[in-house]
Design a protein. Structure first.
Length: 378
């Protein structure tokens, strides 16, 4: 049976879910950040400081979202290698002239604009792997010839990220790469072989930096140093627990009053749980679960290897970041700087995520005839 590619309406369920998450996220950025901004003299004591900037980035991100939703995804194949090269140069540049914040160089600052190269690298590695694998059409039978070149690229990128240092971004990019390679046909036994040195490297990276080791020990017993390394997670648990079933009400969080440091960032879910309770938390998790489900569906019904691997990589990125962020906020894993997609304050992250959602929406407009018939009957 000949399978033809057809262009049709985009996945409206996916579109609505993305917009709902964006709107939900903006509401929570304002609610969680207003008091922190009001009490910060360096920000002019302006309670609207964060939401004004996030709102501006949301508008720019929406434009990018719609652009990529209508930009033929096949043209991205030619941009894959240049994008990876640019992201590599930015990762080198940030080590040289990057802004140092709390001992880490993760941002390039250009006047009022700050760019985080690691976020660009996530989408760059997805495009590169998808493009290269679809062009070469390798069978991944040989570890040295087929798999090793891709692993070297991932390790070089990871090495630059660890020099910032940025462990959470390193973990996300390595997981994205591994999932894409496995979906493309890489042998599970090869990754099992690599598991031991990978775990060893992770343990070494944790021991090497005292602050990482303290995060692990505080995870095991946060109350052992409740005014120090355990402070963030304890306050997060107080926030999640005090929300109860229905929450304290939107804008009524107590923990955002300078208890949780920068609540608009990595612990924004904790504020959401406190204000909207179990019901609001379940709604939030359901939105992410539905988005990932529709994204996987798009990947399965994608018309070619390139678009299928792009979709796989993008939804892995969103899924991994969401799971890790929720796990950190609920003390299910040690604290790490992982933003919650569409929610955490940060212009570069929001822009990249929305652009990636535009690519997904674009791919959803193309499908195999058999997949389209299944869609219409489901």
């Amino acid at each position: 049976m000949q399978i033809k590619e057809k262009k049709h309406q985009f996945d409206s369920h996916f579109f609505i879910t993305v917009i709902a998450l964006l709107a939900f996220g903006l509401i929570m950025v304002f609610s969680s950040s207003s008091e922190a901004a009001r009490n910060n003299s360096s920000l002019g004591n302006d309670p609207y400081y964060f939401i004004k900037r996030q709102g501006l980035w949301a508008v720019v991100s929406l434009v990018s979202f719609m652009f990529f939703a209508n930009f033929n995804y096949k043209k991205l194949k030619k941009l894959a290698t240049p994008t990876l090269i640019i992201s590599f140069l930015l990762l080198v540049l940030v080590l040289v002239i990057g802004t140092n914040v709390n001992g880490s160089k993760r941002w390039l600052t250009f006047g009022p604009l700050s760019v985080q190269p690691s976020e660009i690298t996530k989408i760059a590695i997805i495009l590169f792997l998808a493009s290269s694998i679809s062009n070469i059409k390798t069978s991944f039978k040989s570890f040295t010839h087929d798999l090793l070149p891709y692993l070297i690229v991932l390790l070089v990128i990871s090495g630059l990220l660890m020099l910032e240092p940025h462990l959470s971004a390193t973990i996300v990019i390595l997981l994205i790469g591994c999932v894409i390679l496995l979906v493309a046909g890489a042998k599970i036994k090869h990754f099992v072989m690599l598991a031991v040195p990978a775990i060893g490297a992770l343990i070494f990276a944790i021991i090497l930096e005292p602050y990482r080791l303290s995060r692990v020990t505080s995870f095991l017993n946060p109350f052992a140093d409740k005014l120090g390394s355990g402070w963030q997670i304890i306050q997060s648990l107080y926030a999640v627990g005090s929300g109860g079933i229905f929450g304290l009400g939107l804008g009524q969080s107590r923990q955002k009053f300078l208890y949780i440091p920068e609540p608009q960032n990595d612990f924004i879910f904790s504020i959401t749980a406190e204000e909207l309770g179990l019901i609001g938390s379940i709604l939030l998790i359901a939105l992410f679960a539905f988005l990932i489900y529709r994204g996987i569906r798009i990947a399965i019904t994608a018309p070619d290897v390139f678009s299928s691997l792009i979709s796989t990589g993008i939804m892995t990125m969103i899924g991994v970041e969401t799971i890790i962020n929720l796990a950190v906020c609920t003390s299910s894993m040690p604290v790490t700087g992982m933003p919650l997609p569409f929610f955490s304050y940060g212009g570069t992250t929001l822009f990249i995520n929305m652009s990636a959602m535009g690519i997904m929406l674009n791919i959803s407009r193309y499908t195999k005839d058999t997949a389209l018939r299944l869609s219409n009957t489901s």
